[in-house]
Ligand binder design. Sequence first.
Ligand code: MLT
Length: 398
Amino acid sequence: MPKLNENYLNLKQNYLFSEVGHRVTAYSQANPDKKIIRLGIGDVTRPIGENVIHALHEGVDAQASSETFKGYGPEQGYDFLRNAIVDYYAENGVDIEADEVFVSDGAKSDTGNITDLFAQDNVILIPDPVYPVYVDTNVMNGRNITYINANAENNFLPMPDQNVHADIIYICSPNNPTGAAYNHAQLQEWVDYALANNAIILYDSAYECFITDKSLPRSIFAIDGARKCAIEFCSLSKTAGFTGTRCGYTIVPKDLKFASESGSEMSLNAMWNRRQTTKFNGVSYIVQKGAAAVFSEEGMRQCKENIAYYQENARIIAACLDKKGIRYFGGVNSPYIWFECPKGMESWEFFDYLLEQIQVVGTPGAGFGNNGKYFFRLTAFGSRENTIEAMERFDRLF
Ligand code: MLT
C-alpha cells in the first residue's frame, strides 16, 4: 500500500475559492430564478485587448506552417518575451537580466512550486490574512508556519519584528486580499530585516499594475539590497486579462546565493532553472506571443484601458461603503476592497447573508486567515453593469 502525504489531512477540506464555488452552486440550484452577481474570486471579465489577440492569432498561424512551426520551446521562456519583461522593468527604473526571468503559467503555480527549493526546517513567516496558496502549499509539505498579524491597527501592513528570526518571508503587495500596498521605506525595512537574518523574501507583485500612486514601488527590486534577498512573482492575469490564457513570470536574481550545510555555495537562480527544466516544459509559444504583445506600447495602452475600467468599479464599490459608513481598506492601488462586516457579523455568516438577501457573492475574510474573521472582500473585476447593480442592492440592505 502506498504511504500517502498525510500533510493533506491538515488542510481545510476545500481550497477557499472551491468552497465559495460549491456554496454558490448549491444556492443557484435551489434558486434558479435568482440573478447572482459574482464579486468573489478575482477573475477578470473584460476581453483581452485587440493587439494581444492579434499576436495570439499570429502565434496560432505560425504553428500551421513548417517554416514557422514551434515544438518544445525553452523551459524558461522565449527570449523575445524575457527581453520584453526586462524592458518593462527598465521602464519602471528596475534593472534585471533576461536570464533572471522565468516565464510560467502564472504566479499561483510558481508561488506554490517555489517551496521545492527550501528544506523542511525553515522558519516561514506568512502574514495573516493573505492569499491562501502560500499557507496551503507549505502545509502540503508539512512545514510549520509563523504568522504575522495584519490588522486594522497596522493598516494591514505588518512590519518585521526584530526579535523574531525568519528564514523565508512571504509578502504580497498590493495585498491580496486587503488591497494594502507597502511604500519604499516599509519595504526597505523588510529587505534590511531579510538581509540581517540571511532570509529570503518571496514577493508576490501580481497586482502591481493597479498601483496608481507613483511614489509606491511596483517591484521589490526597486529597493536597495533586494537582489540579494528576494524572488518576485508576477502575472499577466490581472495586467492583461490572462486568467484563462495563463502566463506569468518569476524573477530570480543571480545574486541570490546561500551556503549549503557543508559550506558550498548554492544559487537559487540555478536551482530554479534546474527545477523548471526538470518539471516544466514551458508556456506555449502561442501564449508567449500574446504575452510579448502586452509589453508593446499599444498592447500596454489597451491593458491600461481595462485596468482603468476596473479601477472605476473599485471607486463605485468604495463610494457605496463610504455612504453606508462601513470601514474599508484597499480599492485604491488595488482591485480589492476589504471591509468590516456590518453588525459584527462573522465573514462566512455575512457571505451567506449577502447571497441569500441580495444574491451578491464576495469572499469571506476568514478564508484568508484568522484576522479576516470579521472582514469581507469584494473584487472590482466584475462588469460595470453588475458592479453598479450589486452596490444598488447592497445600499438597500441596512
Ligand atoms: C483571488 O481571487 O484571490 C485570485 O483571483 C486568486 C488567484 O489569482 O489565484
